[in-house]
Design a protein. Structure first.
Length: 132
């Protein structure tokens, strides 16, 4: 779940958009059966989640995100010229990440899983880390 989700998309563009104060998913515990038992829980979610290949995420601004700014699962995607205040997470091969600006000192690029062949250009020092 994310503020904006694209599943199984290819050759799509998300360009020049503003994602402001996004990324909270509200839900009720599944065992709640009556209104008195229902208490809303908030869970941070990505502002933008894309699963697919050959997509372009260019020139967007992500501010006051509650979860990750961008999560990409797929190959041959281009993520460039974005301004983000939370992490960009990628899982896939041959993706290009260039000229992204991180407004939060802890934010960076998280390379997840067995990703390979990804290119990182003009990314601030110390902003790339691998998990899994």
């Amino acid at each position: 779940t994310a503020a904006v989700c694209f599943y199984e998309v290819s050759d799509c563009s998300v360009r020049d958009c503003t994602f402001d104060n996004s990324g909270t998913f509200w839900y009720y515990a599944p065992e709640a059966k009556t209104n008195s038992e229902r208490k809303a829980f908030a869970q941070p979610t990505p502002a933008l989640y894309i699963q697919g290949n050959g997509n372009r995420i260019i020139g967007n601004t992500f501010s006051k995100c509650k979860g990750d700014a961008i999560v990409i699962h797929g190959d041959n995607n281009i993520i460039m010229n974005n301004i983000v205040d939370r992490d960009i997470v990628i899982c896939g091969n041959n993706n290009v990440l260039a000229n992204n600006i991180f407004m939060n000192e802890e934010a960076g690029i998280v390379v997840s899983g067995h990703s390979s062949g990804n290119e990182f250009m003009n990314i601030q020092d110390g902003r790339i880390r691998r998990i899994g």
